[in-house]
Each structure stands twice: as structure tokens, then as C-alpha cells.
Design a protein around this ligand. Structure first.
Ligand code: SF4
Ligand code: SF4
Length: 308
């Protein structure tokens, strides 16, 4: 449609074959929103577009993924191994899991360094216990990926006052790798997000674009891996305090169902609340699985640990 595309920093679009974008993450992170925005923009420019998605157990913290393929002619709805031009990963381990799909010669991996430990990673239920999670470092991944964009998208979104726009920060980075005008990304995102969050989402898009611009200019801005699961040893944890934001809780019940200690419930207003603080081990499962970032788990150190 548009013949005059604004200059981009690294274009993956090739007129002779479909362009493949794979979006992956964990239930509740907004994978489908990223995929829909991508598909809508492609629809404005390409004759054929195919999108498929899987989000069966997503609400319980499972994997969610979506394939988007667009170009002059697209046959299969899914991307073959080694053929994704871009993998957008909203979570670090999900990014690693889908790496075999990335084009090994020219592909771009855009990955939030946020780490979500799946419920089955919390094998040891004692307070302060170590959690199972892949130990792969950014440098190891960089050695195998043609173009790596590893950023603390959730931290950037939090700085804007709403961690839920982390997916739009990643869209900002994605927008710099494809030949579509920035104005269209803005317009389509404004169409897809709730009216009250349009301005924050547009700011998030810009934050992602600016960060990507620094990468393309050669700045070393790769984020360190977020280590939300690096918990203090059991011996130094005195108690756990939960901050539950009722304004963000939509009463979906996920935290209640997934708490291994059964110490959460929905109150009469359909908001999550702790029933027995003594039972809570601070495992963080409720915090990681809440799709609305409504829970924050705080591990409070013992007096000795505080003065050590
Ligand atoms: S705190 Fe989060 S996971 Fe729990 S009921 Fe509310 S929205 Fe759902
Ligand atoms: S309330 Fe949250 S942090 Fe506490 S045990 Fe349950 S899931 Fe873990």
C-alpha cells in the first residue's frame, strides 16, 4: 500500500518470500496483542497474511505462541524451523525454547530479560528455596544469534508507571526491524489497547524504538538478566508480606488456584487476599502468574540479616 516507507534501522522484509515473525511468551503477558498488531500492520501492506496462535493452558502460566507470516504469497500458516526472521520473546526462557525457529543467518531475537519461573520450577517449597530455571547467559545466546536485542522491557515499562506495557516496548523494538512506517505502528497500537492506556502504550513504543536505535548505533545497551528469583537464603527470610493491588486485580482466580500453600482466596469483592500469612512461603508463584501485575511478594529479612 504505502510506497514511501520511513527509513528503518534493519529491514527484514524481503519481497520475494514471506516474512516470518514468531511471538512467544507466557500466559497473561500479551503475546496475542503483539501478534495482532503485527498482523494488522502487515495486512495494510501485504497481499497475503496468515496468523496462527496457541494459548491453551496460557492462563495457568503455560507457553503461548503465535506465528505471523506475510508477503505477496503465503501458503502455510506456521513457520518452519530456522525460518523466523524475527522471534519476539516476552520471557527469557521462552526465547531460548524457540531459538531453533530463528533464521540462523539473518534472524533477530528480541527478548525481554524478564524471567518467569513456571510453577513446576518451585519444587522445593521451603521459604527461600532455590528455584529451577535455565542458567543460560546472554553472552552464550549472543554467540548463536545474528541480531540480538535483549532488554529489560518490563523495567522500562515500570518506569513509565505500568509494567503491563512491556509488550509494547518490545513492539517498539520490532518496529525498527521491519519496513513499515512508525506512524502506522502508533495508529494500530492505539486501535488495539484500552482507551485509558493509549498514551502510556505510545510512550512505551517510543521507549522501545529509542532503545533499538541505540543498539543500531552500536551502543552496548544489552540488559543484564533480571533475576527476580534470586531469593535470599531461607535463613535470612523472617516473613513474607504480600502487596495486592485491588485496583488491578480482576478476580481471575489464577493465583488462588496456583498457590501451592492454598493461602489465597477471593474476597466478597472478588479480589485476591491472603488468608494466612504464616503459610505463605514467598515462592512468588502468585506474583509471576498474575496476568495483571496485581501482586508483589516481599521477603522480609530477619533482624540479624538486616544488621549483618
Ligand atoms: S491477583 Fe492477579 S491472579 Fe490473582 S485473582 Fe487478581 S488478577 Fe487474578
Ligand atoms: S501466596 Fe503467593 S508467595 Fe505465598 S505461597 Fe502462595 S503463591 Fe507463594
Amino acid at each position: 500500500m504505502s510506497a514511501t516507507l520511513e527509513p528503518v534501522f534493519g529491514a527484514n522484509v524481503d519481497a520475494t518470500r514471506p516474512t516470518n515473525v514468531l511471538v512467544v511468551g507466557v500466559g497473561g503477558q500479551g503475546v496475542i496483542m503483539v501478534s495482532k498488531v503485527m498482523a494488522r500492520i502487515a495486512q495494510l501492506h501485504c497481499r497475503e497474511i496468515k496468523q496462527s496462535e496457541v494459548h491453551g493452558m496460557a492462563k495457568r502460566g503455560g507457553s503461548v505462541f503465535s506465528h505471523v507470516r506475510f508477503g505477496a504469497e503465503v501458503w502455510a500458516p506456521t513457520i518452519a524451523l530456522g525460518e523466523a526472521d524475527v522471534v519476539v520473546a516476552l520471557e527469557w526462557a521462552e526465547g531460548l525454547r524457540w531459538l531453533p525457529y530463528l533464521n540462523p543467518v539473518s534472524g533477530s531475537l528480541i527478548v525481554d530479560t524478564k524471567r518467569i519461573v513456571p510453577p513446576f520450577g518451585c519444587i522445593d517449597r521451603r521459604r527461600g528455596a532455590t528455584l529451577a530455571y535455565p542458567d543460560t547467559r546472554i553472552a552464550e545466546v549472543a554467540a548463536h544469534v545474528p541480531n540480538l536485542y535483549a532488554l529489560d522491557a518490563e523495567g522500562m515499562a515500570e518506569a513509565l508507571g505500568n509494567p503491563r506495557v512491556a509488550n509494547t516496548v518490545l513492539l517498539g523494538v520490532l518496529s525498527t526491524t521491519l519496513d513499515f512506517p512508525a506512524e502506522e505502528w502508533r495508529r494500530v497500537i492505539a486501535e488495539f489497547v484500552p482507551a485509558a492506556t493509549v498514551s502510556t502504550n505510545l510512550e512505551a513504543l517510543e521507549v522501545g524504538r529509542k532503545w533499538a536505535r541505540r543498539v543500531h548505533e552500536g551502543e552496548a545497551v544489552t540488559a543484564p538478566l533480571n533475576l527476580p528469583q534470586a531469593r535470599p537464603a531461607a535463613a535470612v527470610v523472617d516473613s513474607v508480606a504480600l502487596d495486592i493491588n485491588p485496583a488491578w486485580c480482576k478476580g481471575c482466580d489464577i493465583c488462588v488456584k496456583m498457590c501451592p500453600e492454598l493461602c489465597l482466596r477471593l474476597n466478597e469483592n472478588q479480589k485476591a487476599e491472603l488468608t494466612d500469612a504464616a503459610l505463605c512461603t514467598g515462592c512468588h508463584i502468585c506474583e509471576w502468574l498474575c496476568p495483571d501485575f496485581a501482586i508483589k511478594v516481599n521477603l522480609l529479612p530477619t533482624a540479624e540479616a538486616q544488621h549483618a
